[in-house]
Write a protein that binds this ligand. Sequence first.
Ligand code: T1G
Length: 678
Amino acid sequence: MAAITSVVDLAMDGDVAVITIDSPPVNALSADVRDGLDGAFRAIAANPALKAAVLVCAGRTFIAGADISEFGKPPRGASLHAVQDAMEESAVPVVAAIHGTALGGGLEVALCAHYRVSDAKAKFGLPEVKLGLLPGAGGTQRLPRVVGAKKALEMVTSGAQMGAKDALAAGLVDEIVEGDLTAGAIAFARRIVAEGRPLKKVRDDTSKLGGDAAALAPMFADFRQSHARAFKGFDAPEANIKCIEAAVALPFEEGMKVERSEFMKLMSGLQATAQRHVFFAERQAAKIDGLDPKTELLPVKSVGIIGAGTMGGGIAMNFLSVGIPVTIVETKQEALDRGVAVIRRNYENSAKKGRFSMEEVEARMGRLTPTLALEDLKDADLIIEAVFENMDIKKDIFGKLDTIARPGAILASNTSYLNVDEIAASTTRPESVVGTHFFSPANVMRLLEVVRGARTSPQVLATAMATGKAIGKIGVVSGVCHGFIGNRMLGARQEQANKLILEGARPADVDRVLTDFGFPMGPFQMADLAGLDIGWSAETSKGVTVRDRLCEAGLRGQKNGKGFYDYDADRNRTPSPVAEAIILDYAAEKGINRRSIDDQEILERCLYPMVNEGAKILDEGMAQRASDVDIVWINGYGWPVYRGGPMFWAEHDAGRDTIAAALERMGMDVSPKLKSGW
Ligand code: T1G
């Protein structure tokens, strides 16, 4: 075994060379790995005794792509293209042996091998589009030559992974190896030598493209049309489509030129920088500053949920879906039955869509224990309270839980605004209390704000974060402040949106400006979807706010088809003249002189105060880092991922100084960190 570089070894198994990459955590194609591969293939080319070569990776996965942390830095080390050419032009067959995830540049390297084998669990994908990029190492030209243009189009524009069985069926893999992968790959290599099988160069084989440019043009047109909505605002998908079109229409080298130019255009764009920021920010969010890495996590093998409403039911599904039994509590049988029925219906709908079998539905429902007795939570490891957003009710429940729950159990509240310390103070074990703020629908939304109380123990906090990851959530640590990170900033935006419609902008204008910016919907569409009467009661309403007046006039939003918009049976919306009249009356009553307000002002007044609030959250230490704020808004509030999040956008697009100056003109108290940086 000869070490070519610190992360690449070359060994000989008789007349078969074995190249092993060992560069944790994911064998990314760093400069050291590229130099190692370059050296290894030179050594192989110089050794006439060799009959074949096997490329394999140590650790948890085959190459998971280019080293993203090197992007944007001065290039160093061997070029990836040169390494790939050396592989493809090798005089002896090269076999790539794949386990874990062959992603991005990793799959592109494997596509330069003459043959590919894998274990049964391996996954294959070109997820560059998720980084605002495209496969820039020949993937857009070689993949369609193996799986066909249509399949390649789907893979490069979705970034979705393909399993080993499908890869074998698609011809991406030549054999699935049972047992030891390296030994299996060496045996495979010997077999193809013995059988004199050709050096299959993917680049030369156009037989599987599935037709020429003219024949496939309708497919590309349909694909663009059917994905227009999903790709809106993103630069990368169209660039990926262009490259697959080039693979169909042009000779390999010409197609590679198109790929190169489209890749460089994206790489130099802000969207790729933003989405790369989000990639690392998501991983950074999981880290708790100052936490002793040796902190032992508490067991979470059984969960109790209080409240079987929309939130309680959705939260329960997260645990049932990963095999953790749940006991769910309600006060009335009817409410309990309704909650359990909703969970079953959701699962049955997923089964109907083929996501899993009806047996799996029964297995998940089998892990659910409905009860009317809070005492039945006495053995639960984690108890999550998901009842009506009222402090007295929550304190009463936590007071009772304190006498019921086993010592060491984690007591969590799904409150979305309230003071977790005050809730914790209603127990004798505030160190066991934490906030776990899920987002509706809780079984779908990936964000989880984990609220660290003043007395929450590091063990409880770390366990809550780890549990979030275990149920597929992105956990972000928040301090105790009203509305935590997301809702607190949302409040700043909503305050301005409410002022804007009084001063002259129409609700539809505000919504249009924010959807054009990239949000899935604007604040007034959201209000109609959530229901205008949340937290409103006819008995106590005094017409203080526009929302009060809308509710007093019988408008409830989408649920009764009347809100800021009128909705037809297909939920198509048109601005409501009733709402408009109520807003005009209210403004006149308040003596507000209405004026014409342009889109730029709407955008600035909605987003700048939000960013300012985010900076204040950092000033106060209510978030660990600015990138956490970005992750909250991207995964919980629909901030467009290609804009990197509100704090990234402020830093790299709008400009902190520009925002600070505008806020001062608005007479707002500007966060010190917004001026100084975070
Ligand atoms: N480069 C650098 N670091 C990477 C990395 C990469 N490609 N992939 C992962 N890491 C780090 C990550 O930051 C984390 O670090 C640790 O590895 C574990 O990751 C030319 C242009 C492979 C499925 O997009 O999807 O190839 O936080 O927590 O959940 O065409 O990582 O521990 O310090 O995510 O088990 C294309 C990206 C690149 C795949 C594993 N490849 N990675 O998931 O672990 S662009 C990708 C993933 C490219 C070419 C182009 C996942 C994973 P830390 P993790 P995981």
